[in-house]
Design a binder for this molecule. Structure first.
Ligand SMILES: NC(=O)c1ccc[n+]([C@@H]2O[C@H](COP(=O)([O-])OP(=O)(O)OC[C@H]3O[C@@H](n4cnc5c(N)ncnc54)[C@H](O)[C@@H]3O)[C@@H](O)[C@H]2O)c1
Length: 337
């Protein structure tokens, strides 16, 4: 059994607490939050789990093997570094850190301590994204030409990060899992419609260029009157649409595309033809992504496996977020990664 302690029992922490509590490979030993009233309320349903309001005391405990960090992003690096230096394995919420410099320090500390550092890129552990990975890797879509992702809703406004740092890690981590490399450049636009002094952008558009003809665009937005979570992949052979809000057909694969041939006779030079075939929707495993993520963390510690969403994956996402932030401040200026 891996003995786990969690820091941060706010909005997201209770989901992790529930999953670590029921996971057959972990024992939830303690939960820490600086807000004692909140901590007592959250832990009411978890007998035998210690309530700690001091992180310093928590990290000194020698009955804790692994630390789970679910606090606001500004505190991820200091808490993770303290945990790693005390010899704990660390699972940290997305985004991994508030800057590339912090994320690099976390990766280095984990390497030095010989401990697992994993980032909760939750969607990578979901049934639909696993299925998309299978389809992409099988070559069914052909070469990937573009990704078009929309994640918009009314709220939840955050006070410490903008909409890019809050929502884009989900879609960027899906693309990172599918493609496995950084884009070569990006440009981004974003704007703040509330407190101009805070400058916290609530609507943003990111455009990533991966080279080799692959482009990806991301729209993230807290001001939309409707909730949309759509993710379109266009390939040379087929296209795929992932609608996370669909109850029973989250993924549809379209056997549609173009054919083209050189036509020296034509004044257009190339003849384009349109091909429309079948549409199919694969069956998807209905497990809870967070439970799969928690079990993978325990498995990595126990068996010495490198996590699917390790510190390097977290760092790649933070690199993109930081570059997007710079581009937004430069009114969409292209940033090379
Ligand atoms: N994976 C996902 O789908 C997902 C979804 C939502 C949020 N998150 C992430 O979870 C993290 C937390 O977000 P949230 O919305 O739950 O925040 P929150 O503000 O609701 O909760 C944070 C909690 O941490 C506590 N805290 C802060 N600093 C602390 C410290 N030094 N020691 C002890 N306690 C401390 C606060 O008292 C608070 O209760 C963020 O990184 C966020 O991006 C992930």
């Amino acid at each position: 059994m891996i003995r786990v302690a969690l820091v941060g029992a706010g909005y997201w922490g209770p989901n992790l607490i529930r999953n670590f509590f029921v996971c057959p490979d972990t024992t939830l030993v303690a939960v820490c939050d600086m807000d004692r009233a909140r901590l007592d309320k959250v832990l009411a349903g978890y007998p035998g789990v210690d309530a700690e309001d001091s992180f310093a005391a928590l990290v000194r405990r020698d009955d804790v093997d692994a630390l789970v960090i679910a606090t606001p992003v500004g505190s991820h690096a200091p808490l993770a570094l303290a945990g790693l230096r005390a010899g704990k394995h660390v699972l940290v919420e997305k985004p991994m850190a508030a800057s590339v410099r912090e994320a690099e320090a976390m990766v280095a500390a984990a390497r030095e301590a010989g401990r697992v550092l994993m980032v909760d890129h939750t969607f990578v552990y979901s049934g639909p994204v696993r299925k998309i990975k299978e389809i992409v890797d099988s070559g069914e879509l052909g070469d990937i030409y573009y990704v078009d992702s929309v994640r918009i809703n009314l709220g939840l406004f955050q006070h410490d990060v903008n909409v890019v740092w809050d929502l884009a890690p989900h879609d960027l981590s899906i693309v990172d899992y599918l493609i496995g490399r950084l884009p070569r450049s990006l440009s981004a636009f974003g704007t703040c419609h509330t407190d101009a002094a805070s400058g916290i952008e609530d609507v943003a558009y990111l455009n990533l260029d991966f080279g080799d003809g692959l482009l990806a665009s991301f729209h993230v937005n807290w001001l939309s009157p409707v909730k949309i979570r759509s993710f379109l992949i266009g390939g040379s052979r087929k296209g795929l649409v992932y609608n996370d809000l669909s109850p029973d057909e989250k993924i549809k694969v379209y056997d549609r595309g173009i054919t083209f041939a050189d036509d020296a006779e034509s004044r257009h030079g190339v003849m384009i033809g349109y091909r429309t075939g079948d549409v199919w929707s694969p069956r998807i495993q209905g497990h809870e992504p967070l439970q799969a993520m928690v079990r993978h963390f325990a498995e990595c510690i126990r068996d010495g496996i490198t996590p699917l969403t390790d510190g390097d994956a977290g760092l790649r996402i933070v690199r993109i977020l930081e570059a997007a932030q710079r581009s937004i401040k430069a009114q969409g200026g292209r940033i090379t990664l």
